[in-house]
Design a protein around this ligand. Structure first.
Ligand code: FE2
Length: 245
């Protein structure tokens, strides 16, 4: 079983994956996966708060996978051990909690997932660098180059795409004002980069978060792009809704 959601934001929105609400979770085991499309939020203080939430998540019957959003502490996240997992690079957080790094392709239950976390914080000016905001919320040029290399290896064809933010031609990308100048020369505009990917990549469906809404958008080519927030969806069961056979 593979389930998808987004934006758990630690105690704020994590109730949606609490088995009290997410009853399907009780039928899952460590070979079943719950994927969070960013703003995981449980790597935040690098201390007792993280320990509490990670202990709780580790006690749940499934394996939790997440890509990074913009509300993660990247200093702490990057200090976790890196390893190879299902064909791509991860940070191993706990025995059943893994951060799927940017620009990787993972093969999970015979399906391929291209992962590329990160997003612009629209409330950046109210936050403090290395305390509540990190430039690493958007990708470096090096991470983008790595993603292109990975996709070359997969001949630009995967089953699913998992991101936190969206590509430039997606209407939601214009929801908040963004400013690449605030980051530095080594960083790349994530909207433009994901646009480049979307134009070239063959994929069945794209899942993302960040915009705190559950809504389906279709590209002019008819590709389904599903924004997740409150919903925790089964990959298998959502495909007919997306018009995917
Ligand atoms: Fe969020």
């Amino acid at each position: 079983m593979i389930y998808l959601t987004s934006d758990t934001h630690r105690e704020i929105d994590i109730h949606k994956i609490n088995p009290d609400e997410f009853l399907e979770g009780l039928k899952m085991n460590r070979d079943d996966y719950l994927i969070i499309c960013g703003d995981f939020g449980c790597i935040w203080d690098g201390d007792s708060g993280d320990r509490f939430w990670l202990n709780w998540l580790e006690s749940l019957p499934w394996t939790t996978l997440f890509i990074d959003g913009n509300h993660e502490n990247f200093d702490v996240l990057n200090s976790y051990p890196e390893e190879e997992w299902h064909g791509g690079r991860v940070h191993r957080i706990r025995t059943n909690i893994f951060h799927l790094m940017r620009g990787e392709v993972f093969t999970i239950k015979d399906q391929t997932f291209f992962t590329f976390g990160g997003a612009y914080s629209h409330d950046r000016i109210y936050r403090k660098e290395h305390e509540t905001w990190w430039k690493d919320e958007i990708p470096t040029k090096k991470e983008c180059a790595h993603a292109l290399e990975t996709l070359d290896k997969y001949h630009w064809k995967v089953d699913y795409v998992l991101t936190h933010d969206v590509f430039l031609s997606h209407p939601l990308s214009a929801k908040y004002e963004t400013d690449i100048q605030a980051y530095g020369a080594q960083y790349q505009d994530i909207h433009e980069f994901l646009n480049q990917i979307e134009q070239k990549l063959e994929y069945t469906a794209w899942f993302h978060g960040h915009y705190h809404t559950d809504q389906l958008y279709r590209t002019p080519q008819g590709k389904p792009i599903l924004c997740l927030y409150d919903r925790v969806v089964s990959l298998k069961e959502i495909l007919p809704e997306l018009g995917v056979k």
